[in-house]
Design a protein around this ligand. Structure first.
Ligand code: 4AD
Ligand code: MG
Length: 464
């Protein structure tokens, strides 16, 4: 058996006890005095542990041939370290080489700085680096914190389907799921593709959002959330868009727009706190190497209310700020990333909740406001990344919903199950979707969502 390095460095294992660690070599340094220093990492924490190997070991010659990436089992005595850096190190009395690196000169993760683009091209090896290791631990911490947050508040985690027939956002960005022979597509008399011969007997897609399914469960269990993969055939090649990303979607019965905005704020603060408490080591690395304010900005947001602004007021701010935007601003336009970033970074310098958008730029399910022009929608926009959350109060009035479906040219038949929720004990309800990669990118300061998911899927790229 062996011990995780994080436990050894945390000081919970008695000094002078015999321990074994298993992991990979990050660096090796030999002293003239016949001692070899190995830095071994196992992914459990940011720091590697140092193993001090004396030349009295019978395989010492082998040890001096270890290079970055070799896997080892090191057994020895845990001692307080005299050098700076870690508080503890291992005085090795046995080093077992588990796996050599075939050709150290061509090892893609040799111990030097690699560009983030280079790491992306080696997604199978990049978790061995400092930076992707840290991202992976922070991502895990955030997802555990989010589950804990909802669990503590009595929310039920619902697994909504990945294969679906409905386009929740109505943006036409769905990936088709089909078993039809593309070389030989069955045709109807009219010449259209005949999906009745397809696996599901109709067109099917990868889900863009679990929301509509989530609403059905909120209409019975009161408080639910989903946390799963979602897919968008988005044509945008940006640092914030993935074709496959993870979304957290709470859906809450008897809640209005303000309730759901407050929930979003509480959830984010809870997640920030968890990261600062549990992943101090990784966050210090990000603050040093990636984003100077990575820690301080999270700390400051925990203690103060997020800014809140109506879309209409946000437009006024943007129009009067004197800044020239690539996309001109006027009431009715969808906010572009440059607008969101101006608001969050320069005007409010904090995450900001933007509310009550024009209904014409939003999805069919959002609840119409009294003014007839806007819907009870909200986005949470963060400095450095822009929109991380999109949500709304849902239209619970059947007649208003039906009118909207009609206006948008959507077939009522397709939504009969969704309309049933409004026919049978309808209630006010609200929810939001958090783009999980955008949250991780924001917290770590990593500039690109491709670097905070293990195997990024983007237009033109689905390796592995
Ligand atoms: O704003 P969106 O499109 O909202 C919905 O899908 C709602 N049905 C959610 C709900 O109310 N339950 O997406 C929600 C969030 C965005 O704010 C963004 O953070 C993220 O999902 N997102 C993406 N993240 C990465 N890559 C993409 N292509 C994304 N598209 C949206
Ligand atoms: Mg949105």
């Amino acid at each position: 058996s062996h011990t995780a390095i994080t436990e050894l460095l945390a000081g919970t294992v008695a000094v002078d006890s015999q321990v074994t660690v298993k992991g990979w070599i990050r660096t090796r340094r030999d002293s003239k005095a016949g001692i070899s220093f190995l830095a071994v990492h196992d992914g459990s924490c940011f720091d590697p542990i140092q193993a001090v190997v004396p030349n009295s070991l019978n395989n010492y010659e082998e040890v001096t041939r270890l290079t970055a990436g070799c896997s080892v089992a090191v057994t020895g005595v845990l001692v307080a370290s005299e050098g700076q850096g870690q508080a503890f190190e291992i005085q090795a009395n046995k080093v077992e080489v588990l796996g050599w690196v075939e050709n150290p000169d061509t090892y893609p993760m040799a111990a030097k700085r690699h560009s983030i683009e280079y790491l992306r091209e080696h997604a199978h090896l990049r978790p061995r680096t400092n930076v992707i290791g840290a991202v992976t631990r922070v991502r895990n911490c955030l997802s555990q914190a989010i589950h804990r947050f909802f669990h503590e508040r009595g929310y039920m985690w619902i697994s909504t389907p990945i294969i679906t027939a409905s386009d929740c956002e109505g943006a036409g960005e769905m990936f088709r799921v089909s078993t039809l022979d593309m070389q030989n597509l069955p045709r109807t008399d009219k010449g259209d593709i005949d999906y009745s011969e397809d696996f599901f007997g109709k067109e099917a897609f990868l889900t863009v959002s679990g929301q509509l399914n989530g609403e059905t469960y909120a209409s019975a269990m009161s408080k639910i959330y989903t946390f799963g993969p979602t897919f968008r055939a988005e044509n945008s090649n940006t640092s914030r868009h993935l074709a496959e990303f993870w979304m957290v979607e709470p859906e809450v019965a008897f809640a209005d727009l303000d309730d759901i905005a407050a929930l979003a704020e509480d959830m984010l603060k809870y997640a920030f706190k968890a990261v600062l408490e549990e992943r101090r080591d990784d966050m210090e690395f990000f603050a040093q190497r990636i984003e100077k304010q990575a820690i301080t900005r999270l700390e400051s947001f925990i203690d103060k209310d997020f800014a809140q602004v109506d879309y209409t007021d946000a437009i006024e701010i943007l129009k009067n700020c004197g800044k020239k935007f690539e996309f001109p601003v006027d009431w009715g336009v969808d906010l572009q990333s440059e607008h969101e970033r101006y608001l969050a970074e320069e005007h409010f310098n904090a995450p900001v909740v933007i509310k009550n958008y024009p209904r014409d730029i939003k999805a069919f399910y959002m609840r119409q406001n009294e003014d007839g022009k806007t819907v009870a929608a909200m986005d949470v926009v963060a400095p450095g990344i822009g929109e991380i959350i999109g949500g709304s109060q849902r239209e619970e009035r059947l007649d208003v919903l039906d009118k909207r479906l009609e206006e948008m040219g959507l077939d009522k038949e397709d939504y009969s199950w969704y309309r049933d929720l409004r026919k049978y004990g309808t209630v006010p309800h609200s929810g939001f979707g958090l783009g999980f990669e955008r949250l991780v990118a924001y917290v770590t300061g990593m500039g690109n969502v491709r670097d905070v998911i293990a195997f990024p899927r983007t237009k033109g790229s689905a390796t592995y």
